[in-house]
Design a protein around this ligand. Structure first.
Ligand SMILES: Cc1ncc(COP(=O)(O)O)c(C=O)c1O
Length: 419
């Protein structure tokens, strides 16, 4: 439970970029769903790795031992972050590449007539790779839809979609366009009941909510470190049972042991070190704002940090929704109920009657407010809502480093654009 107060000044002081102003105008970073800002400790750790211990792993000398240690530390930290074991963690370039990589292995024994379930809500990073694998194997794709009124999955379809031929279900924990937090445990359970591989995309939830792969029960789960305050890198959880069953896509001399079993080639040691530092930032939030002591385990401090961030972000969401929903001509694509804040992350997509999303993003940029316009590769969702041809939506993402004043500032700016 959160007992300490959210120390927004200390949180912001951890991120040098938040202090930058251009021509006297502070930057308002509401672009976090595309990529978050980075605490100094992440960059310091990465530059230390590159300046003082830059070597490949597995050698007899000091800097190579450093690389071995960096990998061990990063895998342990990512495991604590996800509720997994260190040998169930694979680092890669980003989530999409990791999903492509695992899709090749998972699909190897699919047969024509088999089926997979994909969703109309996911980012294409958790759709496209599976479509390609299905096409190669003659496998039928069945689609889990969402309700365009509630922006939630049509859980009522699961019984009809999932059957004895289902080989895979891929879904997302939080939508990158609607912000909906989905009941992935329910979807995973439906897949598990028929022996399907279950894949969860946690790219948008990981910066906001504690991830617990054991509670979800999934086989695979992907996250991108640059969305949770780290460097450009991806991280995949692969459950031990699936990990050992998959015939690894590895070159012959590479070890069958983890992480090499599922890590082709030389990884970015500096990105792994930076990812560990980003996770340590979240653990620091647990100590500083979440009421845990430094003696608590890394996992306990991470969970406390994210729970405290969730509570703070809920107050920002409430403020944002109260302001934005009174703007005439504004249509929000996502859950609006201020009593349902636990069903969403602070990612808000909307359109204005009189301005295109691109005009909104450009006008906000003029005020040094950074936001997005487009469909953000939520390809099925934007197609399903007929938004793809219309420039998509404008998207603003709040973060644990956003202030209430910034929320007010952007609400006022959007209100001016609505006229
Ligand atoms: C929900 C979701 N999944 C997957 C991705 C793809 O991530 P990456 O670019 O790290 O592969 C994104 C990126 O925005 C995302 O938001």
């Amino acid at each position: 439970m959160t007992t300490a107060r959210w120390d927004i000044e200390a949180v912001r002081a951890a991120f040098p970029a938040l202090a930058i102003a251009d021509n006297g105008k502070s930057r308002v970073y509401l672009d976090a769903p595309g990529g978050s800002q980075v605490p100094a400790r992440v960059v310091e750790r990465m530059s230390e790795v590159m300046l003082r211990s830059c070597a490949n792993e597995g050698g007899a000398f000091r800097t190579s031992h450093d690389s071995d240690r960096i990998m061990m530390g990063a895998h342990a930290a990512a495991a604590a972050f996800l509720g997994a074991q260190p040998d169930e963690v694979v680092f890669g370039q980003n989530s999409t590449s990791l999903i492509f990589h695992f899709s090749r292995m998972v699909a190897r024994d699919w047969r024509p007539g088999d089926e997979i379930v994909l969703t109309r809500m996911d980012h294409d990073g958790n759709v496209g790779p599976w479509i390609i694998a299905a096409e190669e194997r003659g496998v039928t794709i069945r689609w889990l839809d969402f309700d365009p009124e509630t922006f939630e999955y049509r859980y009522d379809m699961l019984d009809e979609l999932v059957g004895p031929r289902t080989r895979l279900i891929a879904c997302n924990h939080a939508s990158n366009i609607f912000g909906t937090v989905n009941d992935v445990a329910r979807i995973v359970a439906a897949g598990k009941a028929v022996g399907a591989v279950t894949m969860v995309d946690a790219v948008q939830s990981a910066p906001h909510l504690p991830i617990d792969v054991a509670a979800m029960g999934c086989d695979l789960l992907a996250g991108s470190a640059y969305k949770f305050f780290g460097p450009h890198a991806g991280v995949m959880f692969v459950a031990a049972t699936l990990r050992d069953r998959l015939a690894p896509l590895k070159v012959r001399p590479a070890s069958f042991d983890m992480p090499w079993r599922h890590t082709p080639g030389t990884p970015s040691f500096e990105a792994q070190a930076g990812t560990q530092a980003a996770i340590e930032h979240i653990a620091w939030l647990g100590e500083h704002c979440g009421g845990t002591g430094a003696e608590a385990t890394l996992r306990q401090r991470i969970v406390a940090g994210l729970e405290a961030a969730t509570a703070y972000e809920a107050s920002l969401m409430d403020r944002f929704l109260a302001g934005i929903m009174s703007i005439p001509g504004l249509a929000l694509y996502g859950i609006v109920g201020r009593n349902r804040l636990d069903a969403r992350v602070p990612t808000f997509s909307f359109r204005l009657a009189k301005r295109s999303p691109q005009e909104i993003a450009a006008a906000l940029a003029e005020e040094n407010i950074f936001g997005w316009a487009g469909d953000f590769y939520a390809h099925e969702a934007s197609g399903r809502l007929g938004l793809r041809e219309k420039g998509g939506v404008a998207r603003l993402g709040l973060s644990h480093y956003t202030t209430a004043d910034e929320v007010d500032q952007v609400v006022e700016a959007v209100a001016r654009l609505a006229n």
